[in-house]
Design a protein around this ligand. Structure first.
Ligand code: 5AD
Ligand code: SF4
Length: 440
């Protein structure tokens, strides 16, 4: 009888991609996928270390699996991802029931580690070896016949923002070769995927080796992928403002398949805080960049990440962030209270009062929410292209995403799942748009 693996993913989209690759590798080793931890022989937690809350969630989840392990002594528990990389042996000390700890660059060895743990006790593998991981993991397989897929093209980060654990958990920046990316994209498209999101912690720093032996930029990679006939939409995330090169901005103007949506984290609007964060741009440089992007692609929807309560952030610094938000206007955003991370330079600085940080986060989120509302409401009366992804809540209704990544629902035949239709937007609802499908 084949064994069953339950995989739970936390954190970013790259973890979602990695979880699927681990599922593929485990399938080759004879594991079927399970949707329920309760009937699994193997539980894999693909973890996130970006903020303290994300890390603590893992330990409480592991606590729950103790009972399962008492019922089934053959059950194996794996901690993968960035907590595994950052905390290694410490995880086994805190939760001795863990069988395998595997970092993000060692996933190709997961089946072997699981087999060894069955005999030889706990296995901990946090080696950095990104190239051999991609060489040896099965490529994206689109097992769930979803019309959209993620594809990692770049991993790791050399930017060392002072608040961020990514350079330590994911390691140095590396780009996959163009031909690898292209063949993985072709395989996805052959299985019915029509929208691919290219992933990287610093995706616009992509510089993979092309078939000509030269380093290719992300813009050149996107232009190449746009040549795949049945690939209809391309997106990429996450970008650093300093890597938004002219050719990438031009791709937003000239490449029809590149969607008008850009996630461009600014983090703060205060030059003093940006300097302390080691972001290496000023607020006005960011605003200038946005102007340039908008003149290339006026309808582009911008999204951003923000951190409030960074060490030494004053009321004036915070107000500069509000000012930048008012000036730019974001259609989507993610904002966080600063969380001190072990081993990062900012982690050693005196923290600001948590109550003050919470109050600032509330004010920022109110402003961001109202901008988001406005951007969504402004779609009413417009026609958008919707890639339908699944059935909606009501019978006869489908749900999909517009080019601007708004969720849109409309009455439409089920056969249209995986297809793009023009939709006239009639209503803006709390978390989605409603519309009517237009004739061909
Ligand atoms: N505290 C709070 N937010 C953080 N982020 C990264 N590190 C931290 C931290 N220590 C946020 C940044 C980043 C997003 C993925 O998470 O805004 O862009
Ligand atoms: Fe972290 Fe992004 Fe800065 Fe890299 S660029 S250190 S991933 S916040």
């Amino acid at each position: 009888m084949s064994k069953r693996a339950f995989i739970k993913s936390y954190g970013c989209q790259m973890n979602v991609y990695d979880s699927e690759r681990m599922a593929d590798a485990l399938a080759e080793a004879g594991f079927d996928e399970s949707r329920d931890a309760g009937d699994a022989d193997l539980i894999v937690l693909n973890t996130c270390h970006i903020r303290e809350k994300a890390t603590e969630k893992i330990y409480s989840e592991l606590g729950r699996y103790k009972a399962l392990k008492a019922e089934n002594p053959d059950l194996q528990v794996v901690v993968a991802g960035c907590v595994a990389q950052a905390e290694g042996e410490e995880i086994v000390r805190r939760q001795p029931m863990v069988d395998v700890v595997v970092g993000p660059q060692a996933y190709h060895r997961l089946p072997e580690l699981v087999a060894r743990a069955a005999y030889g006790g706990t296995q901990v593998d946090t080696e950095f070896d990104a190239h051999s991981k991609f060489d040896r993991l099965p490529g994206a397989s689109a097992r769930k016949s979803n019309p959209t897929a993620f594809l990692t093209v770049q991993e790791g980060c050399d930017k060392f923002c002072t608040f961020c654990v990514v350079p330590y958990t994911r390691g140095a920046e590396m780009s996959r070769p163009v031909e690898r990316v292209r063949s993985e994209a072709e395989r996805l498209v052959a299985r019915g995927v029509c929208e691919i999101t290219l992933l990287g912690q610093n995706v616009n720093a992509y510089h993979g080796i092309g078939p000509d032996g030269q380093e290719w930029s992300l813009a050149r990679l996107i232009t190449d992928l746009a040549g795949i006939e049945r690939l209809e939409r391309i997106r990429f995330t996450t970008s650093h403002p300093n890597e938004m090169t002219d050719d990438l901005i031009e791709a937003h103007a000239g490449c029809d398949k590149l969607m008008p949506y850009l996630h461009l984290p600014v983090q703060s609007g205060s030059d003093r805080i940006l300097r302390k964060m080691n972001r290496r741009y000023t607020a006005s440089e960011y605003v200038g960049l946005v102007e340039k992007i908008r003149s290339a692609r006026p309808d582009i929807l911008l999204s951003s990440d923000f951190i409030v309560g960074f060490p030494e952030e004053s009321e004036g610094d915070f107000e500069a962030t509000l000012e930048l938000v008012r000036e730019v206007g974001f259609g989507q955003s993610y904002s966080f209270k600063y969380s001190s991370r072990p081993g990062t330079p900012a982690g050693e600085r005196p923290q600001i009062d948590p109550g003050v940080a919470a109050e600032r986060l509330g004010r920022l989120q109110e402003l961001l929410k109202s901008q988001q509302r406005q951007a969504q409401d402004a779609m009413v009366g417009q026609d958008v292209s919707v890639l339908f992804e699944r059935n909606g809540r009501r019978d006869g209704q489908l749900v999909g995403k517009s080019e601007y990544l708004h969720a849109v629902h409309a009455d439409c035949e089920t056969e249209m799942i995986g297809r793009i239709r023009r939709v006239s937007v009639t209503r803006s609802e709390p978390n989605s748009l409603a519309g009517t499908v237009l004739g061909n």
